[in-house]
Design a protein around this ligand. Sequence first.
Ligand SMILES: Nc1nc2c(ncn2[C@@H]2O[C@H](COP(=O)(O)OP(=O)(O)OP(=O)(O)O)[C@@H](O)[C@H]2O)c(=O)[nH]1
Ligand SMILES: [Mg+2]
Length: 352
Amino acid sequence: MQIGLIGLQNSGKTTLFRLLSGLEGDGDRTSVKVPDKRLDHLTELFNPKKQVNAVLEVVDIPGLRISDDGKMKITSDFLAKIKNNDLLLHIVREFESDMVPHPEDSIDPVRDIQFLETEFILADLEFVENRIEKIKKDLQKLKQDRLVKELPIMEKFKEVLENERPVREVPLTDEDLKILSGYQLLTMKPIIIGINFSENSKDKVQDIIGRIEGIYPQYKGSIIPFFGQFELELAVLSEEEAQLFKEDMGIHESALERILSTSYQYLGLKSFFTVGEDETRAWTIKTGYTAQQSAAVIHSDFFNKFIRAEVVHYDDYVKYGSFPKCKEAGVWRLEGKEYQVKDGDILNIRHS
Ligand SMILES: Nc1nc2c(ncn2[C@@H]2O[C@H](COP(=O)(O)OP(=O)(O)OP(=O)(O)O)[C@@H](O)[C@H]2O)c(=O)[nH]1
Ligand SMILES: [Mg+2]
């Protein structure tokens, strides 16, 4: 999975990026191991040569600027940079600092969210309107099948955008998605919110989150507060020292853990495990993936060569302690292609 950090200039994207990358590397892209206590425990039990965690790719994207006419500058460079992300994390700033200018000259995280939401909708609307005009012109010359199919999608998008809604709310078929695959619509990408608070704003967190959820109910449960500068400073302390500060601030999970749990939930992602003498490994799948689709995540060949999946849930394995004991207890199962893999399943794929 890949997450891109977006937002106005100086909102704290690079600060969060450094926090997530463990202060390592100075590029704009980092691979972060997805921590998983269950996988750690499986490694203790199986004692394999290595453990392979799932990975989260994080991309730090340069801040959006505002042009003289008050519009957001959405450059082709920005569009290229957001392209391959599964999810965008929109970072807005709550922290005050005379040293760090805000592009709007004042601090108001709710306004900044509304600004980006509106600008993305306007940019998409402009694109969609141009596209409709072009398609209509081209169709007068020649009735191309692809354009005939594209037109109603674009018209639906126009209607939704004119109602100030993102196009991601329009249900689309696989064929629609294929037709749209070459385009970069800003409101198509899933977005969650991160708010960068200063350390003395602890008491404002719930109020600001509540206000945002009031305006944008779709962000309920998808707003991540963090204390950029403060958490970065803690990262160089010893674990015990950092823990004391964190407790004081009411921080129970690392910024990485908060981002992961929110994005996994938002995107409907799950983990399954494979175990053995060589490695214990966590794999990421989407909710609803069948055993056959999940096998293909391990190796694309497994899709066609799939015979059966041996399945034990992590909790059962820990409870009974070994595969033979799981068999005895009846919690070890052979499942077919259509079995829906559950979060925490341990799989062994039988293939031809
Ligand atoms: N006081 C304070 N300063 C912060 C905080 N978070 C970030 N900063 C400072 O704000 C400045 C901008 O932070 P960055 O993380 O670089 O912001 P950015 O969003 O990456 O900025 P662009 O890449 O230019 O869009 C830096 O000097 C940070 O040290 C904070 O919580 N409190
Ligand atoms: Mg930056």
